[in-house]
Design a protein around this ligand. Structure first.
Ligand code: SF4
Length: 344
């Protein structure tokens, strides 16, 4: 798949002479550039649906203010989300980034040295930290212009105690596959959806097959990859589509080089429900029966989630009996029911 280029580049005045800014301008040239005081004001005059749809086509370069690493309640000690970039050029209808940041434009923070310094501080002080890249952006979508993965490779070759995961739907793997004998503590992971889901509601993102080939190429380059089947979305033929997808994953990927498989079903904050109603009122998820869960998010009914997980796990276990399977953002009750329980 062709890597999409932003239509326009916004640059905060204060970062225009940063080395990473200059590198990105060179890589994107020719491109229309506008200098701004504060990236957070970009598009603020537009109504939400227009801003959400249009601003994704541009890119902003800014300075990170506030925390670069964040640890939230459900995370283990030493686990962090990385905020070196925010928002995403893809446009998945269920994406929580639609409401999460006031801005709707992908932003790359070009004070890279500070980002790397913060990561290094944790690597030096925590015995086994785990960094998630891709919770508030797509971890690789802009890697060809930021070369973040190359900097990370240098750092994680030196500190073997930490692990960093790049969560993506992208095929933008030229930098990471160029690394000879990549460090074992860098894990690229792909979120996969059946082709029907990818085509209909994961707008602008690579197809299932393209993601799968990117993951395979990374395995061949020496990586162990993560496989995320999340969110599983229910519709008439979901069982057939997801089962076919699981079979195709195992026929293409080398299961000895899969680090884990993570499963999750749809989870919508009430602000995301509002955003989806405004932008994608026909979305099938909104027409389904969703109930507020203990964490406040709207999810499928418990028995449906348990049924989904059990079916998915049985399809996976038929093909591989050893891989670690995790449930993403589920309660202990659901995990117990899925792995040990007796829901009839
Ligand atoms: S690829 Fe991920 S971050 Fe980007 S829009 Fe889709 S769900 Fe959101």
């Amino acid at each position: 798949m062709m890597i999409q280029k932003p239509d326009k580049l916004y640059i905060e005045e204060k970062v225009k002479y940063y080395p990473l800014t200059e590198k990105i301008i060179c890589k994107l040239a020719p491109i229309s550039v506008e200098f701004v005081d504060d990236y957070r004001k970009i598009g603020e005059e537009k109504p939400f649906p227009q801003r959400a749809a249009e601003d994704k086509n541009s890119l902003a370069l800014g300075e990170k203010k506030g925390e670069v690493l964040k640890s939230v309640g459900r995370m283990k000690d030493g686990e962090y989300y990385l905020f070196h970039e925010i928002d995403c050029m893809y446009d998945c209808e269920y994406c929580y980034l639609q409401y999460y940041f006031p801005t709707k434009i992908p932003v790359i923070f070009v004070n890279r040295d500070e980002v790397l310094k913060k990561i290094e501080e944790v690597l030096k002080t925590h015995p086994h930290p785990y960094f998630h890249v891709g919770e508030v952006c797509d971890a690789l979508a802009f890697d060809h212009i930021t070369e973040f993965s190359l900097d990370i490779c240098g750092l994680f070759s030196e500190y073997e105690n930490g692990i960093i995961e790049f969560r993506t739907k992208s095929t933008n793997i030229s930098n990471i596959t160029s690394i000879k004998n990549p460090p074992k503590n860098i894990i690229p992971s792909w979120t996969f959806s059946p082709e029907r889901v990818a085509k209909s509601i994961e707008h602008k993102s690579p197809s299932f097959k393209e993601r799968l080939l990117a993951a395979k190429e990374c395995q061949e380059a020496g990586y162990t990859v993560g496989v995320r089947l999340d969110p599983v979305i229910l519709y008439d033929s979901w069982e057939r589509d997801y089962k076919d997808m699981v079979e195709e994953l195992f026929s293409v990927l080398d299961s000895r080089k899969i680090d884990y498989i993570s499963l999750g079903t749809i989870k919508l904050h009430k602000l995301l429900v509002e955003a989806m109603r405004e932008r994608f009122p026909e979305n099938q998820i909104l027409l389904d029966e969703l109930v507020p869960s203990v964490d406040g998010k709207y999810k499928y009914l418990k028995f449906k989630r348990v049924d989904v997980y059990r079916k998915m796990i049985s399809w996976i276990r038929t093909l591989n009996n050893n891989l670690e399977i995790k449930l993403s953002m589920e309660s202990k009750e659901i995990k117990d029911l899925v792995f040990n329980g007796f829901y009839a």
